[in-house]
Ligand binder design. Structure first.
Ligand code: ADP
Length: 614
């Protein structure tokens, strides 16, 4: 058997597409959340940077005025008076030391035109600047040129980093010396350390001058060229610091000058830079991006889940739609099947109606045929009866001729006796004549009754009476054959059968028995009847030649006879069996073990009381 070819399943493709969709949504969620989180963090970072920048600017501005003021003080001005006076230097030293302490600066000192330290706040220390030649320092050069100097550098004496502010003393165009204030900015770093983020301040050379992590201080953010390193050596800007390079890898450049970087193997950090106003410096904030990664993951999860949810809803809706469509299709198919069924029912009903009409027509035909058959049967029965009568006619004629001859003689004699006046003899003759006429009447009456067409409607017959009539009808033959007639029966037994028909059957059976015993030395016919439950059985046995097998096989066939032409028609047993069958009885023929044929007739015993039985 061919299996139906199913279309290839699209399920794996659908599952792959759904998975791709969920992944795409997760990716989009990841990207959007990351961008948003980076933006938020960027804004926070900018705020923080601005705050740090303002703090730094105000810290730097605090001391801005200080170098310019120094030149106004007499004790400082006195340093430039002609001649060498240790007292003036001592006085200026004391003043500068007091000022340094009050202002909280690292050092305050005054240089002459050649860059030699004339007086300093740290005059008392062994490593005091006093007398040192600092003319090569950029802040001196800037100030001696008439400008305010700003410089971050590492001290050459003590190797201490600091912010140098310088101002010319005297006429700006032709200064007599330079006043310098060195400020330590490390306090800012302490503030920065509190923050979760890392902060660093790089100068114009990309050298870190302040950092939340002090180990980064005086490291380079980029590779330094040989020329740069030579310049640093000349100006001693960073003294002898090795300026190792901080390992910073850019992972991703973002908008607005921001970038994702990895600093010395750290996790990715968001790097934001702000130029410090009024300085060539740049403040850099490095904030961890773990939050961004978490937000991105969350976004991916959320978008993926939402997409999966939306897909599930879509799948559910789709399968619901399909189910509804299937249900509708099933309903439509059911309705179609129903319609088809109704159509078939109508067709079948029409067929059945036609068949029924045909059947009714056939039934009517059968009824007609049966009526015909019945009529034919009746005609046949009648013919059978008439045949019997014909057979009996010789005997009957003889039977009637005898009394007729006697009547003729008696009536002639009676006339003579009357003429003689012998009234007694005449009367006796008349009595005999009466008896003879009565007997003739009985014979013709029996014949008339036998020849009657139907049974008169009685369905109960007295067996004894029917037998009497039969024997009466057969009397001429009985007289001539003189058989021994054995009768063993209760004459009052009644059977459910028409009396006339029963007589016809008995005439046939006994007539056949008489035919069979004709010519025997001791002919005998035995008639027995008995009731067994609801059935009455009558057997007619003779001591004739019995029934040869070939005869027995054809006994009930119409027109089967072994008798010479004119004696037998071969209808007797056929009609008898038909009559008995009509009344619910049976007729069987057999050979008696002691010889002779034995016909057994059964009929239902009569139930109703007999009123008109003959
Ligand atoms: P018919 O008497 O006109 O021949 P039946 O139908 O009455 O027609 O009988 C058919 C045949 O059955 C008879 O011709 C006869 O050969 C056989 N038959 C009937 N009754 C007897 C009997 N009692 N003994 C021997 N043969 C019989």
């Amino acid at each position: 058997m061919n299996r139906p070819v199913r279309p290839p399943s699209r399920r794996p493709v659908t599952v792959l597409a759904a998975a791709a969709l969920v992944c795409a949504a997760a990716w989009a969620g990841h990207h959007a959340s990351r961008v948003a989180a980076l933006e938020r963090q960027g804004e926070r970072g900018q705020q923080q940077l601005r705050l740090y920048s303002q703090t730094l600017a105000s810290e730097l501005a605090r001391y801005d005025y200080l170098p310019g003021l120094l030149g106004l003080d007499d004790r400082v001005g006195a340093l430039f008076a002609p001649g060498d006076d240790a007292a003036r230097v001592a006085s200026a030293n004391l003043y500068l030391a007091a000022l340094n302490e009050r202002a909280g600066t690292r050092a305050i000192y005054v240089l002459d035109r050649q860059g030699r330290v004339l007086s300093t706040s740290n005059w008392q220390r062994t490593d005091s600047y006093l007398g040192e030649q600092l003319g090569y320092r950029p802040y001196f050069r800037q100030a001696i040129a008439g400008n305010s100097g700003h410089f971050y550098g590492v001290g050459t004496t003590r190797g201490e980093a600091g912010y140098y502010l310088s101002a010319p003393i005297g006429n700006r165009r032709n200064p007599i010396g330079v006043a310098v204030v060195k400020v330590g900015l490390e306090a800012l770093e302490v503030n920065w350390q509190d923050a979760n983020s890392r902060v660093l301040l790089a100068d114009e050379n990309d050298v870190v001058i302040l950092a939340s992590n002090p180990t980064w201080r005086l490291s380079a953010l980029k590779p330094l060229s040989a020329a740069e390193r030579a310049r640093f050596a000349r100006t001693r800007q960073y003294n002898l610091a090795p300026l190792r390079q901080i390992e910073m890898t850019t992972l991703e450049v973002l908008t607005g000058g921001e970038a994702l970087v990895r600093l010395e193997g750290s996790p990715p950090l968001l790097a934001q830079t702000l130029a410090q106003p009024g300085t060539p410096w740049r403040l850099t904030l490095l904030s961890p991006t773990a939050e961004v990664a978490r937000a991105a993951q969350g976004g991916a999860l959320l978008a993926g889940t939402l997409a999966a949810l939306a897909l599930s809803v879509a799948v559910a809706l789709n399968s619901r739609r399909r189910r509804i469509a299937e249900r509708l299709a099933a309903r439509a198919a059911l309705e179609a099947a129903n319609d088809e069924l109704e159509r078939k029912v109508i067709e079948r009903t029409a067929d059945l109606s036609a068949a029924n009409r045909q059947l009714q027509a056939e039934v009517a035909e059968r009824i007609r045929a049966e009526a015909n058959l019945r009529k034919t049967q009746d005609d046949l029965l009648q013919a059978g009866k008439l045949a019997v009568i014909g057979q009996m006619s010789t005997g009957i004629a003889h039977e009637l001729n005898q009394p007729l001859a006697a009547l003729r003689t008696l009536s002639g004699n009676t006339q003579k006796f009357l003429a003689r006046g012998d009234l007694a003899t005449a009367s006796a003759n008349l009595t005999t004549i009466n008896q003879l006429v009565e007997r003739m009447g009985r014979i013709t009456g029996a014949l008339k009754s036998f020849a009657r067409k139907n049974g008169g409607g009685h369905s109960v017959a007295v067996l004894g009476a029917a037998l009497e009539t039969t024997l009466f009808l057969l009397e001429p033959r009985l007289k001539s054959l003189k058989p021994e007639l054995v009768r063993e029966l209760d004459p009052s037994l009644t059977v459910a059968c028409d009396a006339n028909r029963l007589e016809q059957v008995l005439v046939n059976l006994i007539g056949n028995a008489l035919d069979a015993v004709a010519g025997l030395d001791a002919p005998r016919v035995e008639l027995r009847a008995w009731r067994d439950g609801d059935t009455v059985t009558l057997s007619v046995r003779d001591n004739g030649p019995g029934l040869p097998d070939d005869v027995r096989a054809r006994l009930f066939e119409p027109f089967f006879t072994t008798k010479p032409v004119g004696q037998g028609l071969g209808l007797g047993l056929t009609l008898s069996a038909g009559i008995v069958g009509d009344f619910g009885g049976t007729l069987a023929a057999d050979n008696h073990p002691d010889g002779g044929a034995c016909f057994t007739l059964t009929l239902p015993a009569a139930k109703e009381t007999l009123t008109h039985a003959r």
